[in-house]
Design a protein around this ligand. Structure first.
Ligand code: NAP
Length: 353
C-alpha cells in the first residue's frame, strides 16, 4: 500500500506538517535527513542559539519544561543550558534552536509520526503514485509528498568564520542581533542586497546600538533604492565599500574584528567589531528535485497558486524556506507546513485516497 503522506525535511515546516497530518489520521512518515548539507536533521534551527521571536516561548525556566516534555532518550541532544540569569536558583533563558526543534519533533512523535533518519535523494513523479528515493533502502510509494527541505544561508567559506559561528558570527541579525553577546558593540554586516541592508538597519535601530558597518564588495548597493537610502542615511550605519573579509579575528572565545581586503587595490585593514552578520543570500535545498518541480531562477520551489502550497506536480506540496526566499522565519515555515498538510489532506479526500 502506498503511504498517504511522505514529508521530506525536519525543520519547523516538516514537523508542523507532520503534526497536522498525523492528527488527520494520515499516518505520515518524515524523512528527517542525515548530516549532509542538503538535509540537516532539525533544519537550520539546529545551528541557532537562543530563539527570542518564536511566539509561545518567552524567556523563562525553559529547561524544566523541555525536560518534562521531551522523552528521556532524546535528552542527549539538548544543548547545554546557557550561562546567564537565574531566578529562584533556576536558569532562565529564551528557548534554544535545538530545544525548540526537539519539542516539535516530540509533539509529532506523540501523535505516532514515523521518523526515518535518511536523506531523500530523488523523487519520481511521473505516475499517479509518486515515489521518494531514500539514500539507503528501497523507493517508497506515496500518494502525496510534502517537500520541506529548507534553505541554507550562504557563508563566505573562511575557516575563521566557521570557527566563530555562534561566537560572534551569524547569518541572521533578526534572530541573533539582540542577544547579549552583541549588545552595545560595533558590528559588521556583509553583503549589499536587501537582506544586508535590512539586517544593518535592524541592528542600528536596537537600543544601545554602536556603529554598524555595512561591508560590501562593490561601491554600489544591490538593494532596492528605498532600502538602500535607509541604510545610507542612517546615523549609526557606516558603509565600507569595495571590501571583502579575508579573516575573522577573535580571542579564541569571541569575535574581536575582521581583516578586510580591498577589491580595488592591494590594501588591507582591520575593523574592530564584536560580531559579523553574513547576508550574502541563501541556497534552497532543491538540488535533488531538478527537472521534477517548477522552480524560480534561484532554485526555490514555486507555488503554483497564491496562498496554496501546491507545486507544478499534483499531490506534491512545498512548505517552509524551500518555497520562500522572502520571509524565512521559523514561524512562517511552521505556518506553511500546516497549510501543506491541510492541502495534502484535501487532495487525498478529493481523490478518494
Ligand atoms: P541578494 O539580493 O542575492 O544579495 C546578495 C548580496 O550579497 C549581493 O549584494 C552580493 O554582492 C553579495 N554577495 C554574494 N556573494 C558574496 C560573497 N561571496 N562575498 C561578498 N558578498 C557577496 O540576496 P538577499 O539580500 O538575501 O535578498 C534575497 C531576496 O529577498 C531579494 O529578492 C530581495 O529583494 C528579497 N528581500 C527583500 C527584503 C525586503 O524587501 N524587505 C528584505 C530581504 C530580502 P553583489 O551585489 O556584488 O552581487
Amino acid at each position: 500500500m502506498p503511504e498517504k503522506v511522505v514529508i521530506i525535511g525536519s525543520g519547523p515546516a516538516g514537523w508542523s506538517a507532520a503534526i497536522y497530518a498525523a492528527r488527520a489520521n494520515l499516518s505520515p512518515v518524515v524523512y528527517e535527513g542525515t548530516v549532509k548539507p542538503e538535509m540537516i536533521p532539525l533544519g537550520q534551527l539546529a545551528f541557532t542559539t537562543e530563539v527570542e521571536n518564536y511566539p509561545g516561548f518567552p524567556f523563562g525556566n525553559v529547561r524544566a519544561f523541555i525536560e518534562s516534555a521531551v522523552s528521556k532518550d532524546r535528552h542527549w541532544n539538548l544543548p547545554p543550558v546557557p550561562k546567564g540569569e537565574e531566578q529562584d536558583g533556576q536558569p532562565h533563558y529564551a528557548v534554544q534552536g535545538v530545544e525548540l526543534m526537539e519539542l516539535m519533533k516530540q509533539q509529532a512523535l506523540n501523535f505516532g509520526v514515523r521518523v526515518v533518519s535518511d536523506d531523500i535523494v530523488d523523487i519520481d513523479v511521473d505516475n499517479d503514485i509518486r515515489r521518494v528515493i531514500p539514500a539507503s533502502g528501497e523507493p517508497v510509494a506515496t500518494h502525496t509528498i510534502i517537500v520541506a527541505t529548507g534553505a541554507r544561508a550562504n557563508y563566505l567559506g573562511l575557516d575563521s568564520e566557521e570557527a566563530y559561528k555562534n561566537k560572534g558570527v551569524s547569518a541572521c541579525a533578526v534572530c541573533d542581533g539582540a542577544l547579549p553577546l552583541f549588545r552595545s558593540k560595533p558590528l559588521a554586516v556583509i553583503g549589499g542586497g536587501d537582506s544586508a541592508v535590512e539586517e544593518a538597519t535592524y541592528l542600528a535601530n536596537l537600543k544601545d546600538a554602536a556603529t554598524i558597518y555595512l561591508v560590501h564588495r562593490r561601491d554600489q548597493l544591490r538593494a532596492s533604492k528605498i532600502m538602500a537610502d535607509r541604510a545610507l542615511t542612517h546615523p549609526n550605519i557606516e558603509m565600507v565599500w569595495n571590501s571583502t573579509v579575508s579573516e575573522v579575528l577573535g580571542d579564541g572565545n569571541l569575535v574581536t574584528g575582521l581583516r578586510l581586503e580591498s577589491t580595488v587595490d592591494d590594501s588591507t585593514r582591520e575593523l574592530e567589531v564584536g560580531g559579523m552578520f553574513v547576508a550574502i543570500g541563501h541556497t534552497p535545498n532543491t538540488a535533488f528535485l531538478q527537472n521534477k518541480l517548477q522552480m524560480n531562477e534561484k532554485g526555490y520551489i514555486q507555488w503554483t497558486e497564491a496562498f496554496r502550497t501546491k507545486t507544478s506536480v499534483e499531490g506534491v506540496f512545498a512548505a517552509g524556506d524551500v518555497a520562500d526566499d522572502y520571509y524565512r522565519q521559523a514561524i512562517t515555515s511552521a505556518g506553511t507546513g500546516c497549510m501543506a498538510a491541510l492541502d495534502a489532506e484535501r487532495y487525498l479526500a478529493e481523490h478518494n485516497l
